[in-house]
Design a protein around this ligand. Structure first.
Ligand code: GDP
Ligand code: MG
Length: 177
């Protein structure tokens, strides 16, 4: 590979969860390759993507897992959650149902994952502001109640994508180091 024997200090596994079509695969494509596709089928079958970054002078390899089509409730296997130190709970801010389902996804996550896992709630597609179906305050309230980080993003316009991943990875680093 092109890693030139780069010394990796930490590998952090982060899982993406949430309903189908909320933009999980495109958030990952944007973060790992700075790509976006309106026709997302091309990314189906990809298990995870990695991106290496430096936090506090340490080399951190982020290994971000994508459900790639297992998004039905309870279809995500425990292997998917195993070893995860971070999770992004993604909803589509133009689809109320995808936000209402966050409680079930969180319950699934808490049932499978380590209790110290860092969780971030993500309201994606903020570029579609005129179609908004989830007020920011509703999501903030849920996040506060459940102790989650929260951010609104657009994979299409790149809004907050880097910031969201950096925030969760930095928080994981803070806990683990
Ligand atoms: P997944 O099923 O959660 O992985 O969702 P995808 O990443 O496949 O995205 C589903 C659809 O939403 C695709 O047509 C994407 O192009 C589109 N999409 C994803 N993110 C955004 C976004 O931030 N804004 C807009 N407008 N569309 C998006
Ligand atoms: Mg997908």
């Amino acid at each position: 590979g092109g890693d030139f024997n780069q010394k990796i200090d930490y590998v952090f596994k982060v899982v993406l969860i949430g309903d189908s079509a909320v933009g999980k695969s495109q958030l990952l494509a944007r973060f790992s390759r700075n790509q976006f596709s309106l026709d997302s089928k091309a990314t189906i079958g990809v298990e995870f993507q990695t991106k290496t970054l430096v936090i506090d002078n340490k080399t951190v390899k982020a290994q971000i897992w994508d459900t790639a089509g297992q998004e039905r409730y309870r279809a995500v296997t425990s292997a998917y959650y195993r070893g995860a130190v971070g999770a992004m709970l993604v909803y589509d801010m133009t689809k109320r149902q995808s936000f209402d389902n966050m409680a079930r996804w969180l319950e699934e996550l808490r049932g499978h994952a380590d209790k110290n896992i860092v969780v971030m709630l993500i309201g994606n597609k903020c570029d579609l502001g005129s179609l908004r179906a989830v007020p920011t305050e509703d999501a903030q309230e849920f996040a506060q109640r459940e102790n989650l980080f929260f951010m609104e993003t657009s994979a299409l316009e790149s809004t907050n994508v880097e910031t969201a991943f950096l925030t969760i990875l930095t928080e994981i680093y803070r806990i683990i180091s």
